[in-house]
Design a protein around this ligand. Structure first.
Ligand code: 9MR
Length: 376
């Protein structure tokens, strides 16, 4: 998605600069689950009725449950307690991207991603790497090269980053968001202009495979179920890349859901996605209650019902995949207040796109998803 804003004032303590190393285990054990340190920031949050009792998602789901993490989250005892209870896989929300790591081609910064990797190891949770090559990043650092040098620098970046985390993570988003916004064809980017439309992707997968042969290598994109044209282009692209020999090991569908899409659209796309026989990562689920454009006269109850219906359809479609293809089900944040959608100036502080409320409590939506996972 195009450059969303960075964490707002409320979330700024989560940024990695100057944070202390490691998790303070005693502080964590003493921390009450329901006390959200961010709750006080969210003056406009709407109080929900008594939260339902829902078993921890990771305890009932027959596949890993993931969430997005920033290094600073490890300093937030409420976040850590909730993550410990609910998830067994983490995806760095932005600190494993070029945006953080690539200060310049001669200077890579690894403190925050190293901290996340160390925490995953300590806590015994899986780490999913995100993301090596993304159209929206790295343009400046990679400018001014001829094609040969561009290619060498590209290979070196992947070798250094994927090589550093070899054996520490289970998977990488190697190519993120290659499909054009409207779904017609591929995105134009500094990568495609220098290394070819399919060429940069094939090369990225080959280099990642060399650097970390064990990691499952994903191509990952969004709006695939929201926009069937984009979904189809993604599937055709995967087909073409596999035919060309790219070592793609898994398919990621971000699922930043549009809750107004017709029933059945998500299941149809997930069936097609599953037809490759590759592992599928439902990689960044959130479901905004807001409509991007135009007037919106839906009541809050209508929006919550649309959200429940589409998220349940997604969970059911994921459950319908063969067991060996269910790589992980990742929610793009734990508490509503953790969501990137709440850092947006347009937000009125009332959006509830995630599975836990601002205080880390389960919602009726959580119960609905847990019920689907509990079916077996
Ligand atoms: O949620 C992420 C936000 O904190 C970052 O500022 C932003 C840019 O790095 O990326 C957001 O995550 C995006 C993800 O990496 C790729 N798919 C869309 C996500 C939401 O924009």
């Amino acid at each position: 998605m195009t450059q969303p804003p960075h964490p707002s004032r409320c979330a700024s303590h989560l940024l990695p600069r100057g944070e202390k190393d490691g998790i303070d285990r005693r502080a964590l054990l003493a921390a009450p689950l329901a006390v959200g340190t961010l709750a006080g920031c969210d003056r406009l949050a709407v109080a929900e009725p008594t939260p339902p009792t829902v078993p921890p998602l990771k305890s009932i789901a027959p596949f890993p449950i993931g969430t997005a993490v920033m290094a600073g989250h490890f300093d937030d005892p409420a976040w850590v307690a909730l993550a410990r209870a609910q998830v067994n896989q983490l995806t760095p929300e932005w600190e494993m991207k070029m945006e953080y790591i690539l200060q310049s081609l001669d200077r890579l910064t690894f403190d925050a991603p190293d901290r996340i990797a160390a925490a995953c190891e300590r806590e015994g949770v899986r780490l999913h790497g995100h993301a090596l090559i993304w159209y929206s990043q790295g343009e400046q650092a990679f400018s001014g090269f001829d094609r040969t040098h561009f290619g060498r620098a590209f290979d070196r970046y992947i070798a250094e980053v994927a090589g550093r985390y070899r054996g520490k993570l289970v998977s990488w988003d190697v190519v993120n968001e290659p499909i054009a916004e409207d779904g017609n064809g591929l995105r134009d980017s500094h990568w495609s202009r220098n290394l070819g439309d399919d060429g940069y992707m094939i090369r990225a997968f080959e280099q990642a495979k060399l650097a970390d042969p064990e990691a499952v290598l994903f191509v990952n994109d969004y709006n695939l179920e929201n926009n069937p044209v984009k979904g189809t282009t993604f599937l055709r692209t995967v087909e073409r890349l596999l035919k060309a020999g790219a070592p793609i090991g898994g398919l990621g569908t971000q699922s930043h859901l549009d809750i107004e899409i017709p029933a059945g659209q998500i299941s149809r796309f997930m069936r097609d996605l599953g037809s490759f026989g590759l592992p599928v990562h439902m990689s960044e689920l959130d479901a905004s209650l807001r409509r991007e454009r135009g007037g919106d006269f839906r009541s809050r109850a209508q929006r919550l019902e649309q959200q429940r219906a589409r998220v349940v359809e997604l969970a059911e479609a994921f459950m319908a995949l063969p067991e060996r293809q269910r790589f992980a089900f990742t929610i793009w944040g734990l508490r509503d207040s953790d969501s990137w959608l709440r850092r947006d100036n347009r937000d009125d502080g009332k959006d509830q796109p995630l599975l836990f409320d601002d205080a880390g409590r389960a919602k009726p939506l959580t119960a609905a998803v847990a019920e689907v996972f509990g079916r077996g």
